[in-house]
Design a protein around this ligand. Structure first.
Ligand code: GUN
Ligand code: FE
Length: 449
């Protein structure tokens, strides 16, 4: 047997665990024991009746064990695969225009203010705290074109203990708001500086992500340079694709030699197994096959797609094509920063498709739960670290109390774990999220709060 005594057990939970595996959208472990070591990794998962044996092998004392109550469970932290930290200040407003007009009238003027680090500090602190309270243990962020503000976002996620991919936005094309744009050279140089400085800081849970905003904001030369940068440094890539029909038409005009929107990115080496593209509402089956081949993932952002009247992604079809898929809030095109909202909007969208076509196979809440957790980790290529409860993975988890006092859910009796999860997903909010852990560290409640 391996030496289990080398890393000490920091704490143990005993009670109901719910999570997903590649085989099972919902796996329930009742009266389970889950041990976390001093490095924040899951050291063991066992059944309650093995308690004595586990405590001998892993040498923890009874006082290290926290017993969950009958209304509680642990679930994996949720993974927001697409969120604009820089748009948080106007979340919940400005949803009266389609995408391209929305960008020009609301988004670019606000994002240009992140030149001011004091403003950036305020907004970025708020969004990191809010998403953590909402149970987002991992977030894939867009910042703005401003390198120092994007580095500050990395620092804030590190300080609060959120796992994050952080992207300095690249755009060397913007006719509408001309002061919010870079030259191609600046974009490339500043991306290199961003990557180098962020990596130098050695934040254990924060990684840089190469971030061309989307094809219409970038010249082909810049896209190709960014593809090369990502490849040479083995980095993550994020952007937007096929969100809205007017946008797709614009891409056809700007890149006449490309056979599809996906082809624009593919030609520039931007579709890799570390790529996540937001939306994809209007991708053809041929383009989905290209995603599958390259290993590129999609981030489904239903609130945004409804709010900006962009489109309705057929998630079932994406899953049938075996394309990696996670969920995203896409703040502020999406008005909610909560992944629970993304879960609900995903279910709504799937039901709309069933209303339109009775043959459509509606997503189940268990499947959508998996998309919000394990699916997100796969979409971000972080599934070796997070996404479910597996020995050796980091302990990224929510302690949920469905019957939290003062919370939004009333229970009149004991409910089975599957019902507790369903109630939480449909009716719950941050009042039900009693504790949040990232890599074994308790990040909610905030220590300074
Ligand atoms: N496409 C390019 N930029 C953006 C953005 O900021 N939000 C959304 N929803 N789509 C985009
Ligand atoms: Fe977006």
């Amino acid at each position: 047997t391996p030496d289990k005594s080398s890393t000490a057990i920091a704490f143990v939970y005993r009670g109901t665990l719910v999570h997903s595996t590649p085989k099972e959208a919902l796996q329930i472990l009742e009266d389970a024991l889950l041990g976390v070591d001093s490095e924040g990794k899951i050291a063991f998962i066992g059944e309650g009746n093995e308690s004595q044996k586990l405590s001998e092998v892993f040498r923890f004392s009874p006082s290290a064990v926290t017993q969950l109550d009958q209304h509680e469970f642990l679930m994996p932290g949720m993974i927001d695969t697409h969120i604009h930290a820089s748009q948080y200040s106007y979340a919940g407003t400005a949803l009266d225009m389609p995408l391209l007009q929305w960008l020009n009238n609301y988004t670019f003027p606000v994002e240009s203010q992140f030149k001011d680090l004091e403003f950036a500090n305020k907004v970025y602190t708020q969004v990191v705290k809010r998403t953590l309270r909402n149970g987002t243990t991992t977030a894939c962020y867009f910042a703005t074109i401003h390198t120092d503000a994007a580095l500050l976002l990395g620092q804030i996620t590190n300080d609060f203990g959120q796992r994050a991919l952080v992207g300095k936005v690249c755009m060397d094309r913007n006719d509408a708001v001309q002061h919010y744009r870079e030259t191609s050279q600046e974009s490339q140089d500043e991306t290199n500086r961003f990557i180098k400085e962020l990596l130098n800081r050695k934040y254990p849970l924060v990684k840089p992500v190469v971030t061309p905003r989307f094809a219409p904001s970038c010249t082909e030369a810049l896209l190709a340079q960014l593809g090369a940068t990502a490849k040479n440094n083995n980095l993550h890539i994020q952007s937007h694709i096929s969100e809205n029909l007017e946008e797709i038409k614009l891409v056809k005009e700007l890149f006449p030699k490309s056979e599809s929107y996906s082809d624009v990115y593919h030609k520039c080496n931007l579709l890799t197994d570390k790529t996540v593209m937001a939306h994809g509402c209007h991708l053809s089956d041929k383009e989905l096959a290209l995603f599958r081949e390259t290993g590129a993932a999609l981030s489904h952002c239903p609130n945004s797609n409804f709010s900006l009247c962009s489109g309705l992604l057929n998630v079932r079809n994406v899953l049938n094509h075996k394309v990696k898929l996670g969920l995203g809030t896409d703040v502020a095109g999406g008005y909610s920063s909560s992944m629970l909202d993304a879960v609900r909007r995903t279910l709504d969208g799937s039901k709309v498709l069933t209303i339109q076509d009775r043959e459509h196979k509606t997503l189940t809440f268990e499947e959508v739960f998996r998309l919000a957790t394990l699916g997100g980790s796969q979409a971000l290529s972080l599934d070796e670290q997070t996404g479910n409860f597996q020995v050796g993975k980091d302990f990224d988890a929510l302690r949920v109390n469905v019957a939290a006092p003062g919370g939004p859910i009333d229970l009149i009796k004991y409910e089975e774990p599957q019902i507790r999860l369903e109630k939480f997903l449909n009716l719950g909010d941050d009042r039900n999220i009693v504790e949040v852990f990232v890599a074994g560290r308790k990040v909610v409640p905030f220590r300074e709060a």
